[in-house]
Design a protein around this ligand. Sequence first.
Ligand SMILES: O=P(O)(O)OC[C@H]1O[C@](O)(COP(=O)(O)O)[C@@H](O)[C@@H]1O
Ligand SMILES: [Mg+2]
Ligand SMILES: [Mg+2]
Length: 364
Amino acid sequence: MTTRRRFTLTQYLIEQRRRFPSASGDFNALVLDVALACKAIARSVAFGELGSVLGNPVADVATGVNVQGEEQKRLDVVSNAYFTEMTEWGGHLAGMASEEMDHPYQIPSTHQRGKYLLVFDPLDGSSNIDVNVTVGSIFSVLRAPQAVIDSGRDVVEADFLQPGTQQLAAGYALYGPTTMLVLTVGNGVAGFTLDPNLGQFMLTHPQLQVPEDTQEFAINASNTRFWERPIRRYVDECLAGRTGPRGKDFNMRWIASMVAEAHRILMRGGVFMYPRDTKDPSKPGRLRLLYEANPIGFIMEQAGGRASTGREPMLTVEPTSLHQRIGLVFGSRNEVERIERYHREPAASRDDNPLFAERSLFRD
Ligand SMILES: O=P(O)(O)OC[C@H]1O[C@](O)(COP(=O)(O)O)[C@@H](O)[C@@H]1O
Ligand SMILES: [Mg+2]
Ligand SMILES: [Mg+2]
């Protein structure tokens, strides 16, 4: 696809659909509904506190605590509603699941039910809303099990427990200085920028590729004391810089919006780690498999990068529950492979033995 001609998201999807001559158009219509939800969220985010002055619905929304035990922001709830409202009526979906909904969302019986499942984090990085830092939405499209399509029955948790390799599409929207939509339909990764005059996502980044090497890493260093040995080793070696085993200096970033970190890494390379740690034994990782790790993992792999738990490729993990958390490492291929190698090396298994505890640069 040439960049000389300006392509809208719709035109891009039509061109992608030519690979599947028998496709009905349902899939494209679903992605466009998701894009519409993202435009609506972008507008709500952009109004910020002005929302209450201008009668923006965000001001009056009731919040609570989500299934993760995390306090919802008003924009979490509003964004979730935009996703459900914009996509439920099109006849493309068998059901949905979201970070902000404890159980699968049923398409009302008054609407036609379709063959796809939509899984999403309506607002990622929502702790950044109050400080006006970039946030985003993350989504993944799966095919519903054939039994669900045939019967039109209500969806249940088990219907969503598909490994990341089964994703048909994944994407994220970024609400930053510009609003962007980044999408894979399994044929590379494309980035679109919202033209505020036209209200259209325009193709601006046709073939995103993650550089294989990097000198930049992202991790929440306040968790250092909870990290497992392979991660401590990796970060220590980065910090040692030119005089250490890596022989080069590294830069560090932490935005606390995973979606924004993913975007930076797509643009210029890098590695992101929110690994499994010992902070809370009931939570094997911070981020969620189905609507954070898998869609970002699919995008990374489609852009030539890599996504992993540290121990196995992210996309091959068999999910066990809807809101499952998991350790996540993604980004420049050679760095992620190095981290996986550190997990495989025999020293990694001595992690819990204090006899082998090593002095870390982040420790006293
Ligand atoms: O508080 P921390 O450790 O910086 O966590 C930040 C992480 O939490 C998240 O914000 C979780 O996402 P939500 O905002 O959707 O709950 C990630 O985007 C980010 O990487
Ligand atoms: Mg999130
Ligand atoms: Mg969220």
